[in-house]
Ligand binder design. Structure first.
Ligand SMILES: [Zn+2]
Length: 218
């Protein structure tokens, strides 16, 4: 089982998640968009030697911007995982948007693990399954562990992430949302922005899933 703690980072209020494997205490940081004092404090409490993984749902600056400082704190021992399609964003300030939205473009970030649909990543006794969910970017992924989905900027509470940035694709987004909705069982959804939700309630009320759009209008 995993324990989840969330810390909001960047002026865009990105949800960074600190996920701890309850058996071993090993820790993964999902989407460290900024190395904020609050994130530092939370991770210091856990111990940087326990931070084994940085999991990136996609390559936009507000999800990756704190990665290098965080890695330095682990003596560069933590491994960075991102989908193969979004690897280029780690070293391209136009594609990761930092050129437009921040005072200083991001420095290059190295990645250790290039992810593909269905990949499994081990954290202590816990396992994350990678689900490829293009739409926000072509390399956007969700991470599933136990009964939890870390949905990045794919699935939001009653909404979804923008599709108007480079490699964004609205049709792919709708397919990805339905791919998530077709998973078996219920999950707690931890999105990249805004509040947590559950897959069941999104299946029912998210206007972009299934026929909800038509159900809600007519
Ligand atoms: Zn994004």
């Amino acid at each position: 089982m995993i324990n989840v703690e969330s810390v909001q980072v960047t002026e865009l209020a990105t949800n960074c998640y600190i996920v701890t494997d309850e058996v071993t205490g090993d820790c993964a940081v999902i989407d460290p968009g900024e190395f904020s004092p609050k994130l530092d404090k939370a991770l210091s409490k856990i111990g940087y030697d326990k931070v084994k993984l940085v999991l990136l749902t996609h390559g936009h600056y507000d999800h990756i911007g704190g990665t290098n400082e965080l890695l330095a704190k682990t003596n560069n021992k933590a491994e960075v995982a991102i989908s193969e399609n979004d690897v280029p964003l780690l070293s391209n300030s136009v594609l990761n948007l930092s050129k437009f939205f921040t005072a200083k473009p991001l420095e290059d970030i190295k990645s250790d693990i290039a992810l593909h649909d269905g990949d499994k990543i081990t954290l202590g006794e816990s396992v994350f399954t990678v689900i490829s969910t293009p739409g926000h970017t072509s390399g956007s992924v969700c991470f599933v562990c136990d009964d939890k989905i870390f949905s990045g900027d794919t699935l939001f509470y009653r909404s979804h992430g923008r599709t108007d940035f480079p490699t964004g694709d609205e049709k792919a987004m709708l397919d990805s949302l339905n791919k998530l909705a077709n998973l078996k069982g219920n999950y707690t959804v931890y999105p990249g922005h805004d509040m947590s939700t559950t897959l069941d309630s999104e299946r029912k009320y998210n206007p972009y899933i299934g026929n909800n759009f038509y159900d809600n209008i007519y």
